[in-house]
Each structure stands twice: as structure tokens, then as C-alpha cells.
Design a protein around this ligand. Sequence first.
Ligand SMILES: *[C@@H]1O[C@H](CO)[C@@H](O)[C@H](O)[C@H]1NC(C)=O
Ligand SMILES: *[C@@H]1O[C@H](CO)[C@@H](O)[C@H](O)[C@H]1NC(C)=O
Ligand SMILES: *[C@@H]1O[C@H](CO)[C@@H](O)[C@H](O)[C@H]1NC(C)=O
Ligand SMILES: *[C@@H]1O[C@H](CO)[C@@H](O)[C@H](O)[C@H]1NC(C)=O
Ligand SMILES: *[C@@H]1O[C@H](CO)[C@@H](O)[C@H](O)[C@H]1NC(C)=O
Length: 547
Amino acid sequence: MAWWHCNKPTSLTNTSTSHTLFITIAFAFFISQSFGARILQPHNSLPFIWPLPAKFSFGNETLSVDPTLSLTGNGAASPIVRAAFDRYKGIVFKNSNSYGFLRTVNVAYDVTKLNVVVRSKSEELQLGVDESYNLFVAKVSGSGGITIEANTVFGVLRGLETFSQLCSFDYSTKTVQIYKAPVSIRDKPRFPYRGLLLDTSRHYLPIDVIKQIIESMSYAKFNVLHWHIVDTQSFPLEVPTYPKLWKGSYSKWERYTVEDAYDIVNFSKMRGINVMAEVDVPGHAESWGAGYPDIWPSPTCRSPLDVTKKFTFDVLSGIMTDIRKIFPFELFHLGGDEVNTDCWTNTTHVNKWLQVHNMTANDAYQYFVLKAQSMALLKNWSPVNWEETFNTFPRKLHPRTVVHNWLGPGVCPKVVARGLRCIFSNQGVWYLDHIDVPWDVVYNAEPLEGIHEASQQKLVLGGEVCMWAERADTSDVQQTIWPRAAAAAERLWSTTQYTSGGNSNSTAFSRLQYFRCLLNRRGVPAAPVTNFYARTAPIGPGSCFDQ
Ligand SMILES: *[C@@H]1O[C@H](CO)[C@@H](O)[C@H](O)[C@H]1NC(C)=O
Ligand SMILES: *[C@@H]1O[C@H](CO)[C@@H](O)[C@H](O)[C@H]1NC(C)=O
Ligand SMILES: *[C@@H]1O[C@H](CO)[C@@H](O)[C@H](O)[C@H]1NC(C)=O
Ligand SMILES: *[C@@H]1O[C@H](CO)[C@@H](O)[C@H](O)[C@H]1NC(C)=O
Ligand SMILES: *[C@@H]1O[C@H](CO)[C@@H](O)[C@H](O)[C@H]1NC(C)=O
């Protein structure tokens, strides 16, 4: 009970009476499930930390936190940790710092130091980097302070996020408080790959908006930004070796320079987020021909890229060489989806080439994908391909291939049975542009469904929610992503002990509402949790915590 009193605004109990029937019913359910008679059962006392930590225990003391909190321990030597500490101080002490007069002098705060201990000096961010951490908040009477221990600075970042979620501004004392000390949290992710796809081809997203999204990803402990940079409609990226490629941008103001791309990768790394670039071939590439029309089979039949020409592969190789310098992540996405080969079979010179090489159009599709894979492998990338490649020629893909599911359920079980790695993004549950998919369907999706052997389960790297941008731009992209992406984030981070079966829906619902309000407080325009169409406005007046 105490947890709720401390962390939920008490006005919640008074403000839910005048809404629509639906909200009233949902609210009554919420109270009876979460705060009623079964309050002492473990899943009814889940902390309002999103995603839920692997292990946690809490006491019942309240501690005040010094707005001039200092960073100690060997972690203070890391620029990544120091920058994150400053960011989180800005978040946690927003109220107390923005108005100097709220600061009380001569107040003895319970917590004045945050001690960060990091074991590894390496700050290389890669797939599978250790993100585990322990977080301890001592009792007032004890040695005092807060400790975060981690093997890497990226574990520290996850611990700092959890720390920020333990802190609440108390409006009566005007101090930041931690409730339920002492706190002991031992946490680590369930999956090494927890991604969000952004599509900057269907609509251009300004750099600042991409950064806002990356920042918000770190609040939910996502660790991969899958940047679907270019596609059929536009080619916004600068490629120095082939400088006419970005003639395929919508306008000369909707472009990314090489420096912009470096900036995105740097900004992400500071938040423990890898950037996986995608250059989707041979379909989804019509925009390349705006600068280099020779890359089309013909001026009137423009997709897929011309498989017959050396020039096509020279351009692809040039792109890879240029962007390999920018994107250090070991995964590189080569697309390979939705390839309609009609333009190959019905363009005279391509058709002739197929005959000379004794290839069907499907053979040529395989030839293109495998050639692109070997080029990526030579640059020491592991290729990622959409599932059609696996569905069409499963035995031919390179063993380092990661297959990216999207068409439906049941693909990852087949992929891992063949010993390949898989990323789960079943469109029915994890495509965020499907705005009629409710949060609980996102939440209950299970990347390991149908995979029972531990050795095969390990091959599922994790999953990714996809924000395709045909109908999302700066005006609505963030409210389309949030809060539903958070539902997937918890599925990917947290153990299933509390998040599957039993009462998990109702406990997750109240916690997700809380997290959505936290996003709002941090300036993220996350939409109400209960909307039928995910990103629409609230249906009436009411508390953030009820919607
Ligand atoms: C806090 O917890 C301690 C130890 O479990 C217990 O003895 C004490 O009564 C609790 N205090 C309150 C105010 O609940
Ligand atoms: C990112 O850029 C900043 C500013 O130039 C620099 O201080 C920092 O070290 C860079 N971080 C990484 C991880 O490269
Ligand atoms: C070739 O195929 C494309 C794609 O299906 C179609 O649009 C086009 O009309 C076809 N051209 C001819 C000459 O059949
Ligand atoms: C063409 O390919 C088919 C199927 O792979 C094969 O059976 C046939 O022998 C090949 N023909 C020549 C001339 O290579
Ligand atoms: C949770 O919600 C999902 C989706 O609505 C439903 O399929 C599942 O049965 C629910 N689980 C429980 C335990 O209520």
C-alpha cells in the first residue's frame, strides 16, 4: 500500500468519477486488482519501474535527495557516465532546480552521493555488451547514499535510468524523495537486442526529432536504433563516393550529411544505443535512380535495381564503404523484402541476361542478396535480412545472417532450427504503424513463442518495434511510438516471472499508465494508453494516470 501512496498522486482517488463509462470501469478494475484485498501478493506490489527489474526488494523508509548530488567512485572518470549523470540530474531535479527559491538551504539531505563502480574500462558498445547492474539505496541510518555497480558503463546507464525512476518530487516538502528504502535491485536484460525502427525515407525526420526519440528510447532501456535510412520514396543520406545519390531526397533541405549521421551515432552511444543502418536491396531502392538512372532496369521500369550491371554493385559497395566508417555496430541491414521481379523479366536486356546466366528471376533475387551479403561480410558486418530471403532460399544464406521476421508468427522457430539468428518483429503485434493494435497485444507478444530448446532460444537476439513512416512524420511520430513501444521494451528487458500470465495484464496496465505519465513529464508527447487508435488525443478530461 505504501508504495502506491508514495508514488501515485493521491488526487488519483478523487478525480476519476466524471469520465466516460469506459474509464470508470477501467479505473474500478484497476483499484480492485491492484490495491484491493490482494495487495500483499507479490505481483500487486510491483514497483513503478519500467521495464521491471529482474530482482528487487524494498523497505519502507523515505529518503530525501540532495539537489547538489555528487558523483563518486571510479565511474566518475568516464565521460559517458558523467554526461549521463548530468542528464539524469536535470530530469530528477527539474522542479527543484528551475526555481532557485525552492531550494532550501541548511536542509540535511539523506542522500548526497551517488557512488558508481564500473569493472571494465572498455567503452566499446556492441551486440551483447553487458548491461547488467546492481543498484543499492542504503537506509538513512546505514552508511548512506546510493551505489550503482556494473561491469560496463552501459550497465551504469541502465542503472541511472532506474535510479531516476526511483526518485519523485514531493510537492509538499518540495524535495526529491526516494520511497521504500532500503532498495536493492539486481537487474539485467532478457534479450541482447531491443530495437526500434525509424523510417526516414517515407517522411524525413529532422535530426533533433531523431535525437528526442533516441533520448526517449533510453528511458525504456531500448538499445538498438534501426535506422531505415533510404527506400523507394527518398534517399536523404549523403554518400561521398556517389554524391548524386541524395538527389533522391524529397528536397535539398530534407537531407542528412555525413556529419549528421556521425552525430546520431555519437548521441546514441552516449545513451548505450547502437545504430543499425539499413540499405534495403534490391527492392525498395527506386530513389537511387534520381541521381544515377542507369541503376534502374529502364527509365520506365525502375525496381528492383538492375541485377545485370556491375555499376549497381559498385554503387552498393561505395555506399557500404562510406557508411562502414560511420556505423561501428556489427549488424548491417540489407533488406531484401518485397522484391517484385517483373521489371527484370519484362525488360529486354535483363531478361536476356537471365537467359544467358540460366537464371530464373528468383535465382537472380538470390544472387543479388547473396552478393550484397558477401560485400557486407567483407566489411566485417553481419548481414541482417528481412524474412523473405529466408523464406525463399533458407539454405543459401550466410551462417552469420540474422533473419528479421515481420510477415507473421512462426518464422523465428524455423530460423533458429536452421542455426541462424533471428529478430522478432511480427507485424500483427510489433508494427507501430498499425495504430489499431492495443498496448496489451504489444505487451503479450512473445519472441520465444514456439521455441523450447535453450540452445535455439539463444539464437533469438530479441525483437524490434517498427515505426514505418508512410503515415507518420514529426507531427505525430512520437505519439505513435509511445506508449506502445514501452510495452515491447518490457517484454524484451524483463523476466517473464511477473510479466506473463496470472495478473500480469492488470499490473502492467497501471504501471504502463504511470510510465506514460513519466514520459509526458519528461516532455515526450506519449499518447494515452487506452486510446482505440494509438496516437489519438484523449477522449475527455481526466488525470494522465487514468488515460
Ligand atoms: C518498516 O519495516 C520494519 C522492518 O520490516 C518494521 O519493523 C517497521 O515496523 C516498518 N515500519 C513501518 C512504519 O511500517
Ligand atoms: C561524442 O561527441 C562528444 C562531443 O564531441 C564527445 O565529447 C564524446 O566523447 C563523443 N562520444 C563518443 C562515444 O564518441
Ligand atoms: C513490367 O512489369 C512492371 C511491374 O509489374 C509493370 O509495371 C510494367 O507494365 C511491365 N512492363 C511490360 C512491358 O510488361
Ligand atoms: C540451367 O539451370 C537448370 C536448373 O538449375 C539446370 O537443370 C540446367 O542444367 C541448366 N542449364 C545449363 C545449360 O546450364
Ligand atoms: C492479457 O491480454 C491478452 C490480450 O488481450 C490476452 O490474450 C490474455 O489472455 C490476457 N491475459 C490475462 C492473464 O488476462
